[in-house]
Design a protein around this ligand. Sequence first.
Ligand code: GP9
Ligand code: MN
Length: 685
Amino acid sequence: MSEKKKHLNFLNTTWGFYGLVVFLFCVTSYWAYQEEFTLGAKGSFQQFILLINAIPAGLLMFGIALYFNGRLKYWLLMIIDFIESTWIFANILYYREFSDFLSLGIIKSGGNVQNNLGKSMMEILRPTDFLAYLAFVVLVILLLTRVIKVDHRPFKKWKAFSVTVISFVLMGGEYALASTDRSGLLTRSFDNNYIVKYLGLNEYAAFNIYQTQKESATRSNAKASDIDSVLRYVKSHRAAPNAEYFGQAKGKNVFVIHLESFQQFLVDYKVDGKEVTPTINKFYHNQNTVGFDNFYNQVAQGKTSDAEIMLENSLFGLPQGSAMVTYGASNTFQAAPAILDQKGYTTAAFHGDVPSFWNRDSTYKSWGYQYFFSSEYYKTKPNYSVGYGLKDKIFFKDSANYLQQLPQPFYAKLITLTNHYPYELDKANIDFPATKTGDKTVDPYVQTAHYLDQAFAEFLDYLEKTGLMKNSMIVVYGDHYGISNNHRPAIAQLLHKKTVTSYDLAKFQKVPFMVYSQGLKGGINHTYGGEIDVLPTILHLLGDKNNNTVQFGTDLLSKKRDQNVAFRNGDFVTPTYTKVGNTVYLTKTGEKINPTSKQRQQIDKIQNGVTTQLSLSDRVIYGDLLRFYTPKGFKKVNTKDFTYKYSTALDNLKKVQTTKPTSIEAKNGGKSTMDEYSTNAPELK
Ligand code: GP9
Ligand code: MN
């Protein structure tokens, strides 16, 4: 028998085919690791781990088929291969946009995010992604053409069992190997990239499922006393208000304007000599605006929903999935709308997407919003929407129509949409040159940002004309990055640099945060902070001492406050250090340091604080701990008090015009003020 034939014969045995399937699976995984994910494998040891990390899981998963005989065994091998390929494929697509891996939380929330995710997926698909299925297709062909024949001989169960045992032993070895390089890999688990890098996509999936199950058990096991350590932390962490700002906006309306995907670098940024966002720039530099230039987004997978939960609750989003989706309906919250509602405010959220997205319709009830004006409340025609929903100019205008009916003082949050990936906009609305980095995802970003700025300008003009500018505090913020870290070359060009380091990328996570209120002492404030700090800041400006609520942030205007900004993966920025993964930079210069023992001590201390802050916040959400603690002067929210049914909301608005005639419209003699609203939206002409 020739050598070649012997090899072919081997492939016709169970062992041979099983080996081939596992081998091809490992090659496919390795290809994805190297080409599709940015796992940051440094040095030969980590590279070696990457090379072998798919083997144990591959042996184990495909080993399941070995317990069966004949054709069924081959069917199972192919089914498992198809599932594995799909898992790699789906992660490649998800990772390209979100720089993270799919989690059970995200998959479970599929119902809420599906349409948008699905849409993005189509946009980012590349033909090479299908290489994930190459091995599967090759194997099918080999079987169908009978180049490889099915081995019908029975396969001993003890052999299958040995494979299972050996797989687990290898997996243990792999974990031990990984642990020598990175201790606390699973216990601290802040970054999914680490888990995939060291253990692989299968282990990541298993760990993720385990964690998710543990979370649901945590809630039922939580006890009332669990809140004690949280209260101790929050109390010791609180920052006293700054007398210069405390109560400066007392009694005023509050606007929270959520600028979608808007990064701080856009402020004062120019393309071809023209400002991208002239109105936001002017607003930022207004003498009555406090603008922050070291304010960071702290979101994770939950993106907008993470920003929202931080902004209005001063609780962090979760390391995986979206807290609004998983816990928004069931948990007890003490959120901004509820706090202000109980102080006589009317509270309303405005957003031009479907109400179910990010589970807003349920979550907003838990947060105590009286009104939620979602896409169902806006008249729409096919060209009124782009991507995720209503175009910003139309959105702001139609929101004004409801705003004018809200009894004052009100708390109104307006979430914009048009400046969202993939930054598409029709010609008639494009009024700005794209950047020329050559990266198709990045270049139109400034165009939708410019459109958002124009929409904001029209809205401000209306506030000015109706007097709302005078008696309102206007908070403007960007929710998270618009350009993900996967676009390094383009980012370098935008920042006018040759290359970007991890330090630059950390700095790139800055988003705008500014507060305007007539009479407020404005200026650019350099304090380091993030989204977690917004609620305490707002409450102090409104003259609420806010002494006994559970909030993990601190007032940004306070003179003595903790300026350590935690990122959701445990990295951090402080005025001194910027820590990304295992690397530490000096924040002022961007210089990478080899910490001295004294610096090491400081860094460890900050890391400890960051880890504590994040994990205590998680404990509050996982354990639903706020159900055990109601601050003095706060009434627990009853979600049944709220409905966002269109007809009911309209009835209510009509009623309050007489029972509490303080709305803009009521003060205008019951007449609409909409003729004060001018827009150049081409769709409305
Ligand atoms: C959808 C919008 C976008 O309603 O808020 O959410 P994001 O994708 O930015 O998280
Ligand atoms: Mn967003």
